[in-house]
Design a protein around this ligand. Structure first.
Ligand SMILES: Cc1cc2nc3c(=O)[nH]c(=O)nc-3n(C[C@H](O)[C@H](O)[C@H](O)COP(=O)(O)O)c2cc1C
Length: 229
């Protein structure tokens, strides 16, 4: 049986999370994805990734406009397996917390909650004030799973892709969709390293090298820029 999964990208930083979710879901023949992009998400896709909005739309089976409040996913009678909002902005969180259903992303999320289907929010903001935390508590009380994309390091990630994939894989776990992209904890070995984890930790030498280049560049600019004092 086909499982329909709604994926929404909103204007928080981290468009890559939604993109990877679409890519992972494409690997599953029994999943049909329904994509909604907010206007702000189009801007972050453009700003943060090498993909065009058209590239991202092409990853989905069905694409809905955020203004289309008559789309099938705005009704509970259209059966879905749940919804992932990745990344989720504070603005969208606020809309979901208050059922302010004037966009398709918020309406679809509200429908998923009222139908008691899984809603996973990769909420991305930091630091948080009490109002953000209250909104998170409110949506949690309504049944949503708030899952800020906080990296796990027990998997010994080597690349940013490793970090993103683990987070997205765990978010899909929360929707009840299993992928091959999660390194699952299977017990600790005596040396503290997870069995099967890569033996090489993150290579920080590039970061150190870039920092050294940066320091050198600012030294040159200090020498060439006339002092304002
Ligand atoms: C480059 C960029 C990064 C942003 N990052 C965040 C963020 O991490 N979290 C957030 O809540 N809003 C962030 N914003 C602000 C949202 O895009 C803005 O609140 C927008 O109205 C959200 O609308 P949407 O929820 O309909 O997508 C960012 C905006 C830009 C341009």
């Amino acid at each position: 049986m086909i499982r329909r999964v709604i994926v929404a990208l909103t204007g928080a930083s981290g468009a890559v999370y939604g993109i990877r979710a679409l890519e992972m879901l494409r690997e599953l023949p029994d999943v049909e994805t329904h994509l909604v992009l907010t206007k702000a998400a189009r801007a972050t896709i453009d700003h943060e990734t090498d993909r065009t909005v058209a590239d991202v739309r092409a990853l989905a089976d069905v694409v809905h406009s955020d203004g289309d409040l008559g789309a099938p996913i705005s009704s509970g009678s259209f059966r879905t397996a749940g919804m992932l909002v990745a990344p989720c902005s504070v603005k969208t969180l606020s809309g979901i917390a208050t059922s302010y259903d004037d966009t398709l992303v918020v309406r679809a999320a509200d429908v998923v909650l009222k139908e008691r289907r899984p809603l996973v929010l990769l909420l991305r903001e930091t630091p948080l004030h009490a109002g953000h935390i209250r909104l998170m508590a409110d949506v949690t009380a309504s049944g949503a799973i708030v899952m800020p994309p906080v990296p796990a390091f027990y998997t010994r990630p080597v690349t940013i892709e490793d970090i993103v994939d683990h987070t997205v894989g765990r978010a899909l776990d929360a929707l009840g969709i299993e992928t091959d992209h999660v390194q699952r904890w299977d017990g600790q070995r005596g040396d503290g390293r997870r069995a099967g984890a890569p033996s090489h930790p993150v290579d920080f030498s590039n970061i150190a090298r870039n920092a050294a280049i940066g320091a050198e560049a600012s030294e040159v600019s200090r020498q060439t820029t006339p002092s304002s004092r």
